[in-house]
Every structure is written in C-alpha cells, then in structure tokens.
Design a protein around this ligand. Structure first.
Ligand code: HEM
Ligand code: HEM
Length: 182
C-alpha cells in the first residue's frame, strides 16, 4: 500500500505555460532561421529576448513559483540532490528540483545573452563587428547542449517520478505527494 497518497494539482499557471512555450518555440525558431540573419531570424529573436526578459523580471519581482528564490538553491543542497539522484533516493519536488532550477537559470541567461548580442549586432554602432558576431554565434550554438540537457533532465525525472512532466507543462497539473520536498 502507498503510505503517501498523491493528489493532482494545478502547479504551472496558464501564464507560466504560455511564457514557457513562447520562449521555447521562439528560441528554436531563431536557431533554425539563423543562417545569415534576416528578418525572420531577427523577429523570432526579439520575441525570445522579450519572453526571457519578462521571465527574469518575474523571477526577481514576482510571487509564488515565479520567484527564483523559491527554486534556485545553494551549492550544498544542489550537490546533495545530485548525489541522491545517483543513489536513486532523491526527494520528490513538485516545482523545479535543485538541478532543474539551475537549468532554468542557464537557459534564461543564454536566451538573454544571445538576444542582447544579436540586437547589439544590428545597431549602426556594432554592425559588422567580428567579435560580437562570433560571440552571438557561440551563445546561439550553446542553446543546443543546454536544450539537450534540459530535455534530458525532463525525460529522466519523468521516468523516475513516473509522471509525464512535458505534458504537465502543457496542461499545468502535477501529482503532489503528501510529503513533497518543496
Ligand atoms: C529552447 C527551448 C527551451 C527553453 C529556452 C526552455 C526554458 C524553460 C524555462 C525557462 C523553464 C522554467 C519555467 C518557469 O518556471 O517559468 C522551463 C521548464 C520546463 N521545460 Fe523548458 N525550455 C525549452 C524547451 C523545452 C522542451 C522542448 C520541453 C519538452 C520536453 C520542455 C519542458 C519543460 C518542462 C517539463 C519544464 C518544467 C520542469 C519541471 O517540472 O521542473 N522545455 N523550460
Ligand atoms: C534569441 C535567440 C537567437 C538565437 C538562438 C540566435 C542564434 C544565431 C546563430 C547561431 C547565428 C549564426 C552565427 C554564425 O554563423 O556563427 C546567428 C546569426 C545572426 N543573428 Fe542571431 N540569434 C538570436 C537572436 C538574434 C536577434 C534578436 C538578432 C537581431 C535583432 C539577431 C541577429 C543576427 C544576425 C544579423 C546574424 C547574422 C550574422 C552574420 O552576418 O553572420 N539574432 N544568430
């Protein structure tokens, strides 16, 4: 018998889900259209930059699950969580787990940096500046390993928790055990 009965609750608000998929799709669209820049690349890039900036603002000033302070944890807690994962005894988080929290920070930092360098590059002052073009390209390509880690983490945790976390980012509901870690 399961001693910790689980209940389904709305964990990701409609706004969280809308912002997530806007950011994800616009970042992927910017990457796909990157060859030589161009109008589609720039507009999908601006959309990604705006979505990332809004999410960061909400992370700093928002409430509840928006707040970085609610899911970005210190090195000690994060390392202890990573160790627990290796020993297959990690606690169940309802929001982002400590590794997932740092993943969110890395994705948002890259989105902000690649969007800002792209924007700078098309200004009169920096147009044609080789180092900025290289930096923008490198930050843009960094998206691929970050995305692989992010989706890998989602699949791994989905298997461990026996719950489809990607679907939860669509409908918003997650299983909440009686004794969640957060
Ligand atoms: C470039 C593409 C992507 C970016 C930039 C991105 C970024 C993010 C961010 C910033 C969050 C935090 C959400 C919040 O707290 O507001 C997040 C969470 C999440 N993302 Fe993505 N994402 C991307 C692609 C994807 C894809 C393709 C999937 C599908 C597998 C996915 C699944 C999720 C899930 C399930 C969560 C919640 C994780 C949890 O349960 O803790 N993401 N993502
Ligand atoms: C935020 C998501 C973005 C991603 C993932 C991204 C990614 C990339 C990548 C990978 C390249 C190729 C660089 C190379 O050939 O090494 C590129 C080029 C370029 N990007 Fe972006 N970018 C983004 C946003 C922007 C924005 C907001 C602008 C400007 C409004 C912009 C303007 C350009 C231009 C003009 C080029 C062509 C540079 C050249 O002449 O080679 N990008 N981008």
């Amino acid at each position: 018998m399961n001693p910790t009965p689980a209940a389904d609750r709305l964990v990701w608000s409609r706004a969280t889900r809308l912002l997530h998929w806007t950011l994800a799709l616009s970042m992927i669209a910017s990457f796909v259209t990157h060859e030589g820049g161009g109008r589609w690349h720039e507009w999908t890039g601006y959309l990604a930059l705006a979505a990332a900036a809004l999410r960061i603002l909400l992370g700093l000033r928002g409430t509840g699950r928006w707040r970085f302070a609610s899911f970005v944890r210190g090195a000690g807690v994060t390392l202890a969580y990573a160790r627990a994962v290796l020993q297959r005894r990690e606690p169940h988080y309802v929001g982002h787990n400590p590794l997932g929290g740092w993943m969110v920070v890395a994705l948002l930092a890259d989105a902000l940096a690649v969007g800002a360098t792209g924007w700078l590059y098309v200004t009169d002052r920096f147009w044609g500046t080789a180092w900025l073009e290289d930096l923008h390209g490198a930050l843009g390509h960094l998206l691929l390993p970050l995305l692989a880690l992010h989706v890998g983490g989602v699949v791994f945790t989905s298997l461990r928790q026996r719950e489809n976390l990607a679907a939860a980012m669509v409908h918003g509901r997650k299983r909440v055990p009686a004794d969640p870690a957060d």
